[in-house]
Design a protein around this ligand. Structure first.
Ligand code: SF4
Ligand code: SF4
Ligand code: FES
Length: 825
């Protein structure tokens, strides 16, 4: 721990800390452009100069290039330093436009802040400025090259940190510019971070351009709801509408960055078709009246058939308080406990993934970046939890070995070993890796390992798996990443057991589940009964046992695998009460519809996949965005006591108001959000709201798990899967990311495609039952044989396809006719 003096203040920092970071610990912000904490220093911009007045280093040096040492005496405001920085500011501004007041980055720009603080306002040099031609880089990132100061942050971030290959420095006609080799959308799902990493206005957020000046924005800390990682975000709103989302630094979760799904998935909140009006039998009604009507009809069903005839459904995108309010409502009304997932398989996988997360095995995204061996099983990080891929890349950059056991054609921005096992063979592949990594097991470990039968399936297709297993056996900090979407029911328990075995053998190991939904962890704890699921609710409706269904922020028609079955079942109900902020397919079927607020209006607590409770704060008032009612450039001149479109209530408030209308007393649970959550989650009792920490600490499952036998006579395995863009529920309502989602595709191994004479980009039906949807063939070599992958997006027909079961025949893929994806777009 070197001790040094900076600006007269003593500071002790860990060995290896740069002087620029040591100063920041004292609250001294040394100006910088090329240095970024995530990228390190390269000493190219010369802005971070400081004077080393005494000690082992002397003179004017760059603080981003010098490590703190004992007895250093640093002066960041030395007259020579200030003059030097002034010259650098002038130099950097030689070719830069002097137009901050009209620049898109104005008010949000490191270059603007620094030049002003250096006293630079007028350009001394009167020669011609160097100018560039800009590129169209797709719908997310705007480029204005004339503002570049050549700090190289963008290239270092995009290529080195994020592993992108389609962006770099280019030398054209005597000038260096930064972009793609040719115009077109940036390929990386982390491209939006360019708008934050660039210290000036070259790269800006395209969708939010010309929407608001930075100083006019309402800002609030938020949590991303587009996967289970719960990245920290900053929400920027203007005129009752979110206009931009940026990363919020969180050292244990997302660091400095977020993915483009998290950055651009917010449009659902301000869609013109967003429901803002309560409806009774399709007719508009005041909120109070609709609540009373819902209560009256629920009481009538209960009086006629008993409380068991009412079912309740929540979701994994609800906040913890919303889930808790639904649970409380059901408990007080005597209804069966609500379900929070559509599908028994997903519920049981989530439960077992959460069960394996003992405190000793819990790891964060930041921990994964520090791991030296990572085994990913049944998860496609770029599609299901994109920031996980960025953490894996940081681990790989430091030398970690990464292997993925997954039947899909997994892509990652890093070197890794892919073991393309069929879904039913993944456990055998896991067993082969573990047996090779730990060849001399102790007794209990031997019993665990011997339960895995079979050798590495299709070992020839996974070159390098032995080398990975050898490195895993020598690792100091291995992590097991566990998918919960496509894996078999026995797999999460086995993976938690594998992580526990590694912890016992190697001293430290991590288990990192990937769940489906921002608050899937909360959903798993709200109803832990493995014997019940939404399938039972549907059977109850079909058999006439269930007469009424209350859906709070849930869309069973849109999300249940067999949508036509859910649709038919809902049609049989005597009463469907739905409350949501989405114009969902379930809302359209509701007898009583109640509009809810979004997270941007209501805030809420969410537990990410580690069980880490995080709070999102409201960013703007609820109401129709003013921009939608502009008339000839002016806001509407209508005056009203309430903002138009402000009828929606926060989902927990709505559930409590429904309890009130039913004559049920929610007290004392309803006194505040924390008490409400604690009423549903005993692990929160006695804890303080401002110290949320982790949701619970399950004991783990040890080495008790056993693999499931592989079924005989397997035909082709149908996998319904996520994509980075186009499948996640909330973001799929918007238009920004739709432009980046590929056409709906059926993906299969190229040799399987050849056996039924399918070619790349041909259109196909799956099981002859996907209506008018366009599905195109994508052939891949890096995936399992006898596997067909279909994205879980509304226009792929996946819900019709799975209605026939998850096992299909290749012959079920029928050509629709000639054509290619490009032609049909
Ligand atoms: S585009 Fe921005 S980040 Fe890239 S070199 Fe220029 S100023 Fe730096
Ligand atoms: S990784 Fe997930 S939580 Fe993080 S920004 Fe992307 S979608 Fe949001
Ligand atoms: S920040 Fe140190 S030289 Fe650029």
């Amino acid at each position: 721990m070197p001790d040094l003096i900076i600006d007269g203040l003593k500071v002790s920092v860990p060995t290896g800390t740069l002087v620029i970071d040591a100063a920041e610990r004292l609250g001294v912000m040394i100006p910088r452009f090329c240095y970024h904490p995530a990228l390190g220093g390269v000493g190219s911009c010369r802005m971070c100069a400081v004077m080393f007045a005494d000690g082992p280093v002397k003179g004017l040096r760059m603080s981003c290039m010098v490590k703190a040492q004992d007895k250093m005496v640093v002066d960041t405001g030395h007259p020579e330093v200030l003059e030097y920085r002034e010259h650098i500011a002038k130099l950097l501004m030689l070719h830069h436009p002097h137009d901050c007041p009209v620049c898109d980055e104005g008010g949000h720009c490191l270059l603007q802040d620094t030049t002003i603080s250096c006293g630079h306002s007028l350009r001394a040099f009167q020669g011609r400025k160097r100018t560039y031609r800009n590129q169209d880089l797709g719908p997310l990132v705007a480029q204005e090259m004339n503002r570049c100061i050549h700090c190289y942050r963008c290239v270092r971030y995009y290529q080195e940190f994020a592993g992108g290959r389609d962006f770099g420095a280019r030398r054209i006609a005597g000038g260096v510019s930064y972009g793609r080799y040719q115009e077109g959308a940036l390929v990386s799902v982390f491209a939006g971070n360019l708008t934050e990493i660039c210290p000036t206005g070259v790269f800006t957020d395209k969708p939010s351009r010309h929407q608001a000046r930075h100083w006019d924005l309402e800002r609030a800390p938020g949590v991303c709801l587009h996967c289970s990682l719960g990245c920290s975000v900053e929400v920027d709103a203007r005129y009752r509408r979110v206009v931009r989302i940026e990363a919020r630094y969180n050292p244990e979760v997302n660091g400095h960055f977020i993915c483009d799904r998290g950055r651009h998935g917010y449009e659902y909140a301000s869609l013109p078709q967003r429901p803002r009006q309560a409806l009774v039998d399709g007719a508009p009604a005041p909120m109070d009246q609709a609540l009373d009507e819902a209560a009256r009809r629920l009481q009538a069903v209960t009086a006629a058939h008993g409380p068991g005839a009412v079912a309740a459904l929540g979701s994994s995108r609800q906040s913890l308080e919303s889930q808790a309010a639904l649970k409380l409502l059901a408990a007080r009304a005597g209804w069966p406990a609500p379900e929070f997932t559509t599908g028994s398989h997903r519920k049981r996988n989530m439960l077992s993934a959460v069960r394996g997360l003992s405190p000793e095995l819990r790891v964060s995204l930041a921990d994964i970046a520090r791991a030296d061996a990572v085994l990913v099983v049944g998860a496609a990080p770029l599609s299901e939890a994109p920031m996980l891929a960025l953490s894996l890349r940081q681990a790989a950059r430091k030398g970690a070995a990464v292997a993925v056991i997954d039947p899909r054609p997994v892509e990652l921005p890093l070197p890794f070993t892919h073991i393309p096992s069929r879904r039913h063979d993944m456990e055998a592949a896991l067993g082969a890796v573990l047996r090779r990594a730990f060849p001399d097991p102790a007794d209990e470990e031997r019993a665990f390992l011997e339960a895995f039968t079979g050798e590495m399936p299709e070992a020839h297709a996974a070159p390098g798996w032995e080398a990975f297993a050898d490195q895993l056996g020598r690792a100091a900090f291995p992590v097991v990443v566990c998918g919960s979407d496509i894996v078999r029911l026995s797999t999460p328990d086995l993976l938690a057991g594998a992580a526990e075995l590694m912890r016992r053998r190697l001293g430290r190991a991590g288990f990192f589940p990937v769940l489906a939904g921002a608050n899937a962890f909360g959903a798993a704890l709200m109803n832990t009964n493995e014997e019940t699921s939404f399938d039972d609710v549907l059977e109850g409706i079909e058999s006439g046992r269930v007469k009424a269904l209350v859906c709070l922020e849930a869309d069973p028609v849109g999300r249940f695998a067999a949508s036509s079955r859910a649709f038919d079942a809902l049609s049989r109900l005597e009463l469907l009460v739905a409350a949501d902020c989405l114009p969902s397919r379930t809302m359209a079927r509701a007898h009583v519809f109640l509009p809810t607020r979004t997270v941007f209006e209501a805030g809420g607590h969410y537990a990410n996949q580690e069980g880490r409770i995080q709070r999102a704060y409201p960013a703007h008032a609820c109401g129709t965005p003013l921009a939608q009612s502009l008339e000839r450039g002016h806001p509407s001149h209508d005056f009203a006591l309430q903002a138009p479109g402000s009828a929606p209530l926060a989902a927990p408030d709505l559930a409590l108001r429904l309890m009130d209308a039913l004559g049920l007393d929610p007290a004392p649970a309803a006194s505040d959000a924390w008490s409400l959550m604690a009423s549903a989650l005993p692990c929160l009792e006695g804890r303080l709201p401002d110290e949320p920490g982790f949701l619970c600490s399950p004991p783990g499952i040890g080495l008790a798990a056993r693999p499931s036998p592989v079924p005989e006579n397997l035909a082709v395995d149908l996998l319904i899967t996520e994509q980075a863009f186009g499948t996640e529920e909330l973001s799929s309502y918007g238009s920004i990311l739709k432009a980046l989602a590929p056409h709906p595709q059926v993906v299969l191994h190229e040799e399987d495609a050849a056996t039924i004479e399918l070619r790349q980009d041909e259109q196909v039906h799956l099981a002859c039952a996907i209506g008018d949807a366009h599905c195109f063939v994508r052939m891949a070599a890096n995936m399992a044989r006898s596997t067909v992958v279909v994205p879980r997006r509304p226009d792929s027909g996946w819900q019709s396809a799975v209605a026939r079961g998850y096992i299909v025949e290749l012959s079920h893929l029928e050509k629709r006719g000639e054509g290619s994806g490009e032609e049909a777009s």
